[in-house]
Design a protein around this ligand. Structure first.
Ligand SMILES: [Mg+2]
Length: 270
């Protein structure tokens, strides 16, 4: 499965001046339309022009990232499925953590224990479209997962998120919360570990200024790995944030553009 990815390559040593790790839904893409705004597209292109790579770090699937890479000059590396799938252009994707079949087995155990959870693997594309607002075709791409299992969960008294997270850990997985859904990943896998993997694969990315931008709980681990941290919108309450972040009130592409204006300004001073 040798697939195409980003085109924004920086092959000349010293040409890379910065790196942006970005969430997609609710950040680079509008939360409801799943599209980047024209100004967000322009911003990604302008970033390439000043030597800054944009790396998607998303809960979406590789298939969904590839769709976006067709219209945006993204980096030749991306983390999909919440950090569980790392893909470099021209290579096979590598899985970080357990394959999806093991995660589905954990979900079955939770269901047998009475947890009100329902995984994407149990849904047809039509139901995924209803839950997420994705089109039928996009829902098909969202279902093509290798090492994650998103699911719906409505906490009840005594069956709260903190208890569920601990139970998932006991069962050998990791639980993170995205903007819409909860996500089962392999043990220790999140968007923060994905950034460590990117740095291991492409050491030049570790030696330039780095920014991370996102709008949900599962973006916090990646933010804590970089020096420029931009949290969009008001979905995540202050009490849930483990490291200092810059809040930007607008969610989606408008917030992304504002974050990148600030990051670019900081590069001018460096
Ligand atoms: Mg998001």
């Amino acid at each position: 499965m040798n697939r195409d990815l980003g085109t924004a390559t920086f092959l000349i040593p010293g040409q890379l001046r910065g790196i942006v790790y970005t969430d997609l839904d609710g950040t680079l893409l509008d939360f409801d339309t799943f599209l980047p705004s024209p100004s967000a597209v322009s911003m990604v292109k302008e970033l390439v022009g000043v030597g800054v790579m944009t790396v998607p770090v998303t809960s979406k699937t590789l298939s969904e990232v590839e769709q976006l890479a067709a219209i945006l000059p993204l980096a030749p590396i991306a983390a999909a499925e919440g950090g569980a799938v790392l893909h470099r252009a021209g290579r096979d994707p590598s899985l970080l953590g357990a394959p999806r079949s093991e995660l589905i087995a954990i979900l079955r155990t939770l269901q047998a224990e009475g947890w009100p959870v329902r995984g994407l693997s149990e849904m047809r594309a039509g139901e995924v479209a209803t839950i997420t607002g994705l089109s039928a075709a996009a829902s098909q791409r969202a279902l093509q997962r290798l090492a994650s299992e998103p699911f719906t969960f409505v906490s009840e008294p005594g069956l709260g998120a903190a208890v569920l997270k601990e139970r998932v850990r006991e069962l050998g997985g990791n639980l993170v919360r995205g903007g819409r859904l909860w996500h089962l990943l392999g043990a220790g896998v999140d968007k923060g570990t994905a950034i460590e993997e990117v740095r291991a694969c492409m050491p030049t990315t570790a030696s330039v200024p780095a920014a991370a931008v996102g709008d949900a709980w599962n973006d916090l681990e990646m933010m804590c790995k970089v020096e420029h941290r931009f949290l969009l919108g008001t979905t995540v309450p202050e009490a849930d944030i483990p490291c200092a972040v810059e809040r930007i009130s607008e969610r989606g592409p408008a917030g992304f553009v504002e974050a990148m204006l600030r990051f670019r300004m900081s590069l001018k001073g460096s």
